[in-house]
Write a protein that binds this ligand. Sequence first.
Ligand SMILES: [Zn+2]
Length: 271
Amino acid sequence: MPELPEVETAMRGLEARLVGRTIVGVAQHRADLRFPLPTALPERLFGCRILRFDRRAKYILALLDNGHRLILHLGMSGRLLFDGQGAGRHEHLTFQFDDGTVLRYVDPRRFGMLDLVAEDKLASHPRLADLGLEPLDPTFDATALKKVLQGRASPIKVAIMNQKLIVGVGNIYACESLFKAKLSPLRPADSLKASDFRRLAQAITTVLRAAIDAGGSSLRDYVQTDGELGYFQHQFEVYGRADEPCPSCEQPIRTMVQANRSTFYCPACQR
Ligand SMILES: [Zn+2]
């Protein structure tokens, strides 16, 4: 499943190719993805120029020159492919642009979504309204993190994966961030001290940015071919490394299950 860094990478790929381009054709091959597609989508997109791309959580937001936003989520298996050949029965939407560029939305499991809303309705859109802090926003820091975690007795790892509190910290990035911040994944969120929040906020930003930087170097591959790129397994310090030596203290990395997800951590370094 594409995580925040992969979505950011995909968004930058779209930005590089499509800002300033006009949509001259949309072929819609089915009525719905996870949700019904907007009515008369091809007609409503025809002739629109793309002014800008933004990202909120794992939603890609394209601003059109008619004041509307195209909202796109890749779901579990969605991919955006430029040019090339048709992708067969899993290609649900095909966009054509004025410079000949073709963009295909391919999604075998169809958990993705696409919607079209007026810019002033974007913040209240049902999929976006309840989203938590954006960890790559310049305003994200220890103070903001402390504010949303206050009074939360749930384990810190479960809390930072709650999209209503903070977005984009998937399982891998939660494990890696807590290792970097030297915090036990079992600590109740409201037991963190000011210095813990500082380390954690910084660790989350660092881990996500490192993943984006790694993904950015293979941006062409990511956008054009394989949604799995963007994960750079060798860079993980604890995730997927049960029984291997901790990179810091060399004691074995442990694993456990929290809220149905595997947690990897070093019991010696993380307190
Ligand atoms: Zn350790």
